[in-house]
Ligand binder design. Structure first.
Ligand SMILES: *[C@@H]1O[C@H](CO)[C@@H](O)[C@H](O)[C@H]1NC(C)=O
Ligand SMILES: *[C@@H]1O[C@H](CO)[C@@H](O)[C@H](O)[C@H]1NC(C)=O
Ligand SMILES: *[C@@H]1O[C@H](CO)[C@@H](O)[C@H](O)[C@H]1NC(C)=O
Ligand SMILES: *[C@@H]1O[C@H](CO)[C@@H](O)[C@H](O)[C@H]1NC(C)=O
Ligand SMILES: *[C@@H]1O[C@H](CO)[C@@H](O)[C@H](O)[C@H]1NC(C)=O
Ligand SMILES: *[C@@H]1O[C@H](CO)[C@@H](O)[C@H](O)[C@H]1NC(C)=O
Ligand SMILES: *[C@@H]1O[C@H](CO)[C@@H](O)[C@H](O)[C@H]1NC(C)=O
Length: 469
C-alpha cells in the first residue's frame, strides 16, 4: 500500500509541469563565519534595502506588473491573478532567483574591492531585507498570496554572513496592511488595526524569523528584526494598538532570541520618547523614514532648502538616539517622479498642478540616468552626502532604498555609484562640508502626540481582554 502511494507521489511529481520554486541548494555559499564587520549598535549602520525582491513593489520591478491587467497593483492582486494561471508561482520564483544573487552581496571571492560594484565591496555593512507575513505563517482562507520567499531570505542571510554584512530583516507586510501601501503587500485600506488576530499573526511571523535566524548556522548575521515597516495608524487608538503589538511581540521574541528589535516609527519621533526603554526592555531600536519627496510640502523645496531641511532634522534625531537606538530610512531621490512610486497607475505630485503649488517637469528626474544633467546629479550627490552625514552624526546610521531598481535610477545605490552621485568611498564629501548653512529648517520636533499613560493602560487592558476571548 505504502509502495503504491509512493509510486503515485513519484508519478505526480514527475507529471508536475511547473518549475521548482525552491532555491537550488548549490547556491548556499561554503563560508566560514567571519568576525563581525562592525560593532552592532555602536558603529554606524550603512545599509541598502533590497526592495522589490521578496515583497513586490510595482515601481521597483514594473516588468512584473506592466504585462498584467490594470487591477494587478500589489503582491495580493499579483498572486490573485497568477492563481488563475497554470503555474501560479513560476514567474515569482524566477524573480526570486534572479533579482538578487550572491554576486550583489560580494564579488571577487572574499577580497574587498570598491571597484567590484558589490554591496560589501563598496563599503556598505548592512542589507535590509523586506519580507511579508504571508511568507512566514500559514495563509487563511481568501488570502491569495504565493508563499516561498522565506527560503530565499534564508539563502540571502547566508550570502550576507559569507560577505561580512549584517542583515535587518524587516516585516514589510502585516495581515490587513499596516499602511494601505503596495509595499505592505496590499494597497487600499490599512486594516491591520481592526482585529487583534492580525497582530497575533504578525507576532507569529516575527517569532518565526527570530527562531530561524537564532540558529548558529547563520553566524548572527541577522542583527536586527524590524517589527513593522512604515505603520500608519490613523487615530490615537490605532497608535496605542500599535504600541500594544510592539510590546507583545517584544516579549514573544525574547522567549526565543536576544536579537535587536526595530520599531517602525509613526508620527513624530518625539512621541516614542520613553517607550520600551532599558532596563525593562533590552535591544530595542527605532526606524525613522525621512523621505521628503513623499510630502508635497517638502517636495517643493529648492536644492538648498532641501539640504537645510535635512540638517534641521539633526536635533530630533539626536534626542531620539538618547532614547532608543535610531536608524534612518533614506533615499537619494529628490522627487516622486519615479513611475508608479505612489502606486501603479498613480501619477507623481512633482509635476501635477493640482497636487503642488509650483509644479516642475519630471523629464530626466528619474528613469534612465543617461539624461540626468550635471546640476541634477550634483543635487542628488549633495543630498546623499548631507543625509548620510546627519544620520551618522545624530543617529546610528541609515539604510538607503534601494540597492537596485529596474527603472528608477534616482532610487538605485548601484547606479548612483556608476553615475557619480554617490561618491567613492561612500563616506567622501566632494560637495563640501555638509550643513554649512547659517540656519536650518526645523521640522519633525513636535511632541504633541505623546499619548498618556492612562491610554496605554487602557490599551493593555483591551488587548488582554481580546486575548482572553
Ligand atoms: C559548496 O560545496 C558543495 C560541496 O563541495 C558544492 O556542491 C557547492 O557547489 C558549493 N557551493 C558554492 C556556492 O560554491
Ligand atoms: C478577527 O479575525 C478573526 C479571524 O479572521 C475572526 O474569526 C474574528 O471574528 C475577527 N474578530 C472581529 C472582532 O472582527
Ligand atoms: C507588555 O507586555 C507584558 C507581557 O505581556 C505585560 O505584562 C505588560 O503589561 C505590557 N506593557 C504594556 C505597557 O503594555
Ligand atoms: C514564552 O514561552 C512560554 C513557555 O513556552 C509561554 O508559556 C509564554 O506564553 C511565552 N510568552 C510569550 C509572550 O509568547
Ligand atoms: C494630480 O493631483 C490631483 C490632486 O491630488 C489628483 O486628483 C490627480 O489624480 C493627480 N493627477 C495625476 C495625473 O496623477
Ligand atoms: C547634530 O547632533 C549632534 C549630536 O547631538 C551634534 O554633536 C551636532 O553638533 C549636531 N549637528 C548639527 C549640524 O546640528
Ligand atoms: C561654509 O560656507 C561659507 C559661505 O558659503 C564658505 O565661505 C566656507 O568656505 C564654507 N566652509 C566650509 C568648511 O566648507
Amino acid at each position: 500500500m505504502i509502495a503504491i502511494l509512493l509510486l503515485l507521489f513519484a508519478a505526480l511529481a514527475a507529471a508536475d509541469p511547473c518549475p521548482p520554486i525552491t532555491p537550488d541548494p548549490a547556491l548556499r555559499p561554503n563560508f566560514t563565519i567571519q568576525a563581525p564587520a562592525f560593532a552592532w549598535n555602536v558603529d554606524k549602520v550603512r545599509g541598502v534595502t533590497l526592495g522589490g525582491w521578496l515583497v513586490l513593489e510595482p515601481w521597483i520591478t514594473p516588468s512584473l506588473f506592466a504585462s498584467k491587467p490594470d487591477w494587478v497593483v500589489d503582491e495580493w492582486t499579483y498572486a490573485a491573478y497568477w492563481r488563475t494561471q497554470p503555474c501560479p508561482a513560476a514567474e515569482l520564483a524566477a524573480h526570486w532567483k534572479s533579482f538578487y544573487t550572491a554576486a550583489d552581496f560580494q564579488r571577487c571571492g572574499g577580497a574587498w574591492d570598491v571597484t567590484d560594484g558589490s554591496i560589501a565591496g563598496v563599503g556598505l555593512n548592512t542589507v535590509r531585507i523586506p519580507i511579508g507575513y504571508w511568507s512566514l505563517v500559514p495563509l487563511t482562507s481568501g488570502e491569495p498570496y504565493l508563499p516561498g520567499a522565506f527560503e530565499y531570505l534564508k539563502l540571502a542571510v547566508t550570502w550576507a554572513a559569507a560577505s561580512n554584512l549584517k542583515v535587518i530583516v524587516d516585516l514589510y507586510g502585516a495581515p490587513g496592511s499596516q499602511n494601505g501601501r503596495d509595499s505592505s503587500g496590499r494597497r487600499g485600506e490599512a486594516e491591520f488595526y481592526s482585529n487583534w488576530t492580525n497582530a497575533e499573526r504578525a507576532t507569529a511571523a516575527v517569532v518565526a524569523l527570530a527562531t530561524e535566524f537564532a540558529k548558529p548556522a547563520y553566524g548572527g548575521a541577522v542583527a536586527t528584526i524590524g517589527l513593522l515597516h512604515d505603520p500608519r495608524p490613523a487615530a490615537a487608538w490605532q497608535l496605542e494598538w500599535l504600541r500594544g503589538y510592539y510590546n507583545a511581540t517584544y516579549y514573544a521574541v525574547r522567549n526565543v532570541s536576544a536579537v535587536t528589535l526595530l520599531l517602525g516609527s509613526a508620527g513624530p519621533l518625539g512621541a516614542w520618547e520613553g517607550f520600551m526603554r532599558p532596563p525593562a526592555y533590552q535591544g530595542v531600536g527605532i526606524s525613522e523614514p525621512i523621505l521628503p519627496m513623499l510630502d508635497p510640502a517638502t517636495l517643493q523645496y529648492g536644492a538648498t532648502d532641501a539640504l537645510r531641511y535635512i540638517c534641521g532634522r539633526n536635533d530630533t534625531l539626536a534626542r531620539s538616539s538618547r532614547n532608543l537606538w535610531t536608524v534612518v530610512e533614506m533615499s537619494a531621490a529628490s522627487t516622486d517622479c519615479a513611475r508608479w512610486l505612489r502606486g501603479r497607475g498613480v501619477g507623481a505630485a512633482y509635476d501635477n498642478a493640482s497636487a503642488v503649488r509650483y509644479p516642475a517637469s519630471c523629464a530626466d528626474r528619474s528613469g534612465s540616468p543617461g539624461g540626468f544633467g550635471a546640476a541634477y546629479t550634483a543635487t542628488l550627490g549633495a543630498g546623499f552626502e548631507t543625509q548620510t552625514y546627519v544620520y551618522e552624526q545624530a543617529a546610528s546610521g541609515w539604510t538607503f532604498c534601494c540597492w537596485n531598481t529596474e527603472a528608477a535610477a534616482d532610487w538605485s545605490f548601484a547606479l548612483g555609484l556608476v553615475y557619480g552621485w554617490i561618491p567613492v568611498p561612500i563616506t567622501a564629501k566632494p560637495h563640501g562640508k555638509p550643513c554649512n548653512f547659517s540656519s536650518f529648517i526645523e521640522a519633525g520636533g513636535s511632541r504633541a502626540a505623546v499619548p498618556g499613560a492612562g491610554a496605554l493602560a487602557a490599551l493593555a487592558a483591551a488587548a488582554a481582554a481580546l486575548l482572553a476571548l
